[in-house]
Design a protein around this ligand. Structure first.
Ligand code: GTP
Ligand code: MG
Length: 352
């Protein structure tokens, strides 16, 4: 037994976001549902930009932590054991969860927490501290012109969609952007990228399905140089006939780009589907070993009740998390913000 408190029902700490609780189930909103990969392209009318909390409030962490304290208002070992299960269920992973629980257990033993809200505040601070080192935004080096971003990841994670969102973001920031249709494995992939390009007024270099991906991206870099572009973003396949074939193709793309610019690609963005759970770790390990990853994008965090994989990734790799996808429209790609993310996942207070 580590000490006892009574749950503070009217702590008066902060106000609850009743709007998001009433409306947000964590699932994509109907108005934000875009086309499927086969039809390609962004939804025609984007919904108003929604807050992190609105997008993430349906998380297990939010619901389970609230339930946990409601059922179990005493601070004891059993409560921390249950909190451990909640973190694991939310995909936070064994290593990160163990470290978090050990810290809280040690501090609870020293009676640092006066009440449940104090424990929640400590958990929040620990979670933010875990993510702070990886919240390093992508900065486009103006000396690298064109700055080349290579987008990689297994099929269906959101590579092409993220390229569309990035194209819009960079175009709006005044950059001249060119896209390369390097996923030559599926005919629909080129079409999907072209649709995003048209909607955003961004040109796409493509040779069609079946072409050699490395040569498409090589040509695109030459075109980007000739046209004085600031940025080239290259799509790649998520699946080839074999996984080894995919890694070989990505390595070849890297090699071929290096012939034109030894520093290219300047950023290799690995896209991870936030709903895939611990599998995200093996994907990251594999892509990082094969081609070297310089940043992560974690997508579909609006569509998962978990979201904890972001902590597992931070703990395991320490790779910068550049962006997160909180929905399917162009505005739903956010620069990663550790505090906003944690605040979105956790309940604001434990009072009801
Ligand atoms: N809810 C939600 N859906 C997303 C997000 N990002 C992408 N998607 C959806 O995920 C699906 C797959 O996205 P794609 O961009 O086609 O994925 P991909 O990695 O290019 O897939 P392949 O080309 O097959 O390798 C699409 O229906 C997207 O709309 C996000 O942040 N939230
Ligand atoms: Mg794609």
């Amino acid at each position: 037994m580590l000490g006892i408190w009574k749950k503070k029902r009217d702590s008066g700490l902060g106000t609850r976001d009743s709007k998001s609780e009433a409306q947000d189930t964590g699932a994509p909103q109907p108005s934000a549902l875009g086309p499927q990969p086969s039809s390609g392209g962004p939804p025609p009318s984007a919904p108003a930009k929604r807050s992190w909390r609105e997008r993430l409030a349906g998380s297990f962490l939010n619901r389970d932590i609230r339930d946990l304290f409601r059922r179990h208002p005493q601070l004891d070992d059993a409560l921390l054991d249950e909190l451990e299960s909640v973190l694991l269920r939310a995909d936070v992973g064994v290593a990160a969860t163990t470290a978090l629980i050990e810290d809280l257990r040690r501090r609870a033993g020293k009676r640092e927490f006066a009440d449940a809200d104090a424990l929640l505040a400590a958990l929040r601070a620990d979670l933010v501290a875990l993510l702070a080192p990886v919240a390093r935004p992508l900065r486009i080096d103006p000396a690298a012109r064109p700055f080349v971003i290579l987008m990689v990841g297994v099929n269906g994670v959101g590579k092409t969609t993220t390229i569309g969102k990035l194209a819009r973001r960079f175009r709006d920031a005044g950059h001249k952007v060119l896209l390369a249709a390097g996923d030559t494995f599926r005919a629909a992939a080129v079409e999907q990228l072209e649709t995003w390009g048209e909607r955003n007024g961004v040109a796409v270099v493509a040779q069609g399905a079946g072409a050699d991906a490395a040569s498409v991206i090589f040509d695109a870099l030459q075109a980007a140089r000739a046209r004085g572009m600031d940025l080239l973003i290259a799509d790649t396949a998520g699946r080839l006939h074999t996984q080894a074939g995919l890694m070989d193709e990505l390595a070849k793309i890297r090699r071929v780009l290096g012939k034109l610019d030894a520093a290219a690609p300047h950023e290799v963005l690995l896209v991870i589907d936030g709903t895939t759970g611990q599998n995200a770790l093996s994907q990251t390990r594999q892509f990082h070993a094969a081609i070297g990853v310089s940043g992560l994008v974690v997508t579909k965090l609006d569509g998962t009740a978990k979201g904890g994989v972001v902590f597992a990734l931070a703990r395991e790799f320490g790779l910068p998390i550049r962006y997160v996808g909180l929905g399917e429209s162009a505005e739903d790609l956010r620069e990663f913000d550790a505090a906003a993310f944690v605040d979105g996942l956790l309940p604001e207070t434990l009072g009801d």
